[in-house]
Design a binder for this molecule. Structure first.
Ligand code: MLT
Length: 424
């Protein structure tokens, strides 16, 4: 039976269809609202506005559910490889053995980055933030792979999956004054990344399987998250038929914001600052409650999840396991545990749904894996890449129109030009 929403404006009544998703989510289709009523809706931050219908990721903020193409994040994080999950997100199904081998081989065919890209990279200062470098390098790919070299969307998807990790490590190596490493196709995706990050010509680098497994899990947990800020950016830029590279570069820039992917860097910097200030978490918990303190607890709460972030639960356990396996006693972990306890038990935080989110723990693991703080958001971007690609691909496959929101104008009404010598 068709469902409708009824809108009364003045003495007129209007009906708009209600659509129901595969998980019984409801939406009012207002495609004809302006034509029929002369009104638009307004919804700052799009908190109540759906931009699309998507078959990629389902999340339920009330129940703390997150599924990629129907598979639970808990199962995928426990049982799958990141490349399997990337394949699932991009192509819609878990790969067969043959499909996985073809996907992995295609990526390995393209891991080498054009040496001329290194000339662009060498122009960045040694202290350039890795996210700015990464977004520029990905955007530069749209200049390198153009014309007869542009290839199909499918080839560009493989190029991005293959080359972004390589380019991501360049910033770190430059910051250390070390030579960059070339990819090693004898290694799996996560081990290859770790090797490019940490191998040095002076010794043989052995990838620690605990570290590789933790990275695999972290990348899976970050792989997609429906219409978040950076994904919506990728879809919007892509809706103008800008290249995949330009769209992903825009997504990287959106992710770099401290209110989005940059939060994981902000969290560890907050924990470090509390440690440097003597580690008195009660002082900072009091400051977090005091609106005049200017202090904000980073890594708590979430726009969508109302009770807990399922990824945070998985990451917290992984953090405990990794630090135990590596024999690391990280002092900020104690501070994190005290803040977490307050957030889960103190009525002030409970009432405001300020529980630890995915960013709260990810920085602790990345640090344990030896990844420097300013690379944390880059790690988020590497994880989110298949999700961005899948969402961009879906937007194009659905032939969605160019995104062009409306507005309500609240500026000056019409007024005549006044010559400069006559202005007050
Ligand atoms: C994400 O995974 O993108 C973040 O949790 C932010 C979001 O979903 O809004």
């Amino acid at each position: 039976m068709s469902e409708f929403a009824e809108l009364s404006l003045g003495d007129k009544k209007y009906q708009f269809p209600v659509i129901t998703g595969s998980e019984d989510e409801k939406a009012i289709d207002i495609a004809k609202l302006r034509d029929e009523t002369g009104h638009i809706t307004i919804d700052s931050g799009y908190k109540n506005t759906g931009a699309t219908k998507s078959a990629i990721t389902f999340l339920d903020g009330e129940l703390g559910i997150l599924r990629y193409r129907g598979y639970s994040i808990e199962e995928l994080a426990e049982k799958a490889s990141f490349l399997e999950v990337a394949y699932l997100l991009i192509y819609g199904e878990l790969p067969t053995t043959t499909q996985y081998a073809e996907f992995e081989n295609a990526i390995k065919t393209h891991t080498i980055v054009n040496e001329d890209m290194r000339k662009i990279f060498e122009g960045f200062p040694v202290n350039a933030h890795p996210m700015g470098v990464l977004s520029a390098m990905v955007c530069a790919m749209s200049a390198f792979y153009t014309g007869d070299k542009s290839g199909s969307d499918e080839l560009n998807i493989i190029r991005l999956m293959a080359k972004m990790p390589s380019m991501a490590t360049w910033s770190y190596k430059k910051s250390q004054g070390h030579p960059v490493n070339y990819p090693n196709n004898s290694l799996d995706y996560c081990s290859n990344f770790l090797n490019m990050m940490f191998a040095l010509p002076v010794a043989t680098y052995q990838v620690n399987p605990v570290v590789a497994a933790a990275l695999n899990k972290l990348l899976i947990l970050h792989a997609d998250h429906e219409q978040n800020c950076s994904t919506s950016t990728v879809r919007l830029v892509g809706s103008s038929h800008a290249s995949l590279y330009a769209s992903i570069s825009a997504g990287i820039n959106a992710l770099s914001g401290p209110l989005h992917g940059g939060a994981n860097q902000e969290v560890i910097e907050m924990l470090e600052a509390i440690k440097e200030d003597g580690g008195d978490t009660s002082k900072y918990i009091a400051m977090a409650k005091d609106k005049n303190s200017g202090f904000r607890l980073m890594g708590f709460g979430h726009r969508v999840y109302k009770n807990f972030d399922p990824r945070a639960r998985i990451i917290k356990k992984a953090a405990d396991d990794v630090l135990a396996a590596l024999g690391i006693n990280d002092p900020v972990l104690k501070i994190a545990a005290e803040l977490e306890s307050a957030a889960l038990n103190d009525e002030y935080f409970v009432a405001r749904k300020l529980y630890p989110n995915v960013d709260f723990y990810s920085g602790i693991i990345y640090r344990a894996l030896g990844i420097p703080t300013d690379m944390f958001t880059v790690m988020f971007a590497i994880g989110r890449l298949p999700g961005w690609i899948a969402q961009w691909k879906e937007m194009k496959a659905n032939k969605e129109p160019i995104g062009r929101p409306r507005q309500v104008y609240v500026g000056a009404t019409e007024r005549a030009y006044v010559a400069i010598n006559e202005r007050a």
